[in-house]
Design a protein around this ligand. Structure first.
Ligand code: GUN
Length: 281
């Protein structure tokens, strides 16, 4: 029998707790989300972030720019937001158009307003085992989900597929912090299934259907971070859910697993940055 790692249920619990804290505040936190261009997935993510923020009492502002905005214009806006005392969290939705350097953007966001935990300061803190101002939202959400189900990580072999800066790379550090043994696989990994078969915990963040039940150890824990539309338009993840759920002890569904947890983490991070700012005054 497999247990579903229910991200929606945990998200609702986290947001309800957060809302009751926010209800008591006179001044509310403010999150600014910058969206450049017309990436359809990014537009949906950004709208979902705003909807959630509005529901729980976080002020949210979406700033939309056309694809052709210059890097300088975007950097100027970030400088302005860094200085604005009414803004306590800044998120620049990725990916950015090719003519804009993501590194230059991340180097410019004030680490104390970096709600994604993507600035070099916060990443450096994370990787040196110190506390950043914010932890990246998707890995944070995955850990909250595993913790909710009391899944022990110490000494377990965790295999991550995908080496992105948003998920795979920061996740290495989260898992090491919990004393897991971590392997990271990617598009050049040879004999992938030889490795995945040794995983106690498999976390897949690819965006393609790649995980079948014959690649896994019985009773393993499977976390599916992939999300895409298949040929029939159905939203699905990296994992063959129907067959893998017959052998996994725990599995996160798509939709309804990691996605809602990412949003919950973003709201938590926004609140934590707001508290940080107020504690410094
Ligand atoms: N694009 C996909 N996921 C994310 C995320 O967590 N943060 C940002 N800023 N962009 C993303």
């Amino acid at each position: 029998m497999t247990t579903i790692l229910d991200g929606k249920k945990l998200r609702d619990k986290i947001l309800a707790e957060l809302k009751s804290k926010l209800d008591k505040l006179e001044k509310k936190p403010t999150l600014v989300v910058i969206l450049v261009g017309n990436n359809p997935a990014s537009r949906i993510y950004v709208e979902n972030k705003k909807k959630t923020a509005d529901k729980i009492g976080i002020n949210s502002i979406i700033i939309k720019y056309p694809e052709k905005i210059t890097e300088k214009e975007l950097l100027d806006k970030i400088h302005e937001l860094n200085k604005d005392d009414n803004i306590n969290a800044i998120l620049v939705q990725l990916p950015l158009p090719k003519h804009i350097s993501k590194e230059n953007i991340m180097n410019t966001i004030d680490p104390r307003k970096d709600v994604d935990g993507f600035t070099p300061y916060n990443i450096g803190k994370l990787f040196s085992g110190e506390k950043p101002f914010c932890y990246p939202c998707t890995p944070k959400g995955i850990l909250l989900l595993l913790d909710e189900y009391n899944i022990e990580l110490e000494g377990k072999h965790a295999v991550i597929i995908g080496r992105s800066n948003i998920v795979g790379k920061p996740l290495i550090q989260f898992l090491l912090n919990r004393n897991a043994t971590v392997t990271i696989c990617h598009s050049h990994t040879k004999n992938l299934s030889d490795i995945t078969k040794t995983a106690d915990i498999l976390i897949s963040a690819v965006g393609e259907k790649i995980i079948e039940e014959n690649m896994l150890k019985p009773n393993c824990i499977v976390v599916d971070v992939g999300i895409f539309k298949d040929a029939t338009g159905k939203t699905r993840g990296d994992v063959d859910f129907e067959n893998v759920s017959k052998i996994a002890s725990y599995i996160s569904p798509v939709p309804g697993g990691v996605g809602p947890m990412t949003i919950a983490s973003l709201m938590l991070n926004t609140f934590e940055l707001f508290e940080l700012k107020n504690s410094n005054h």
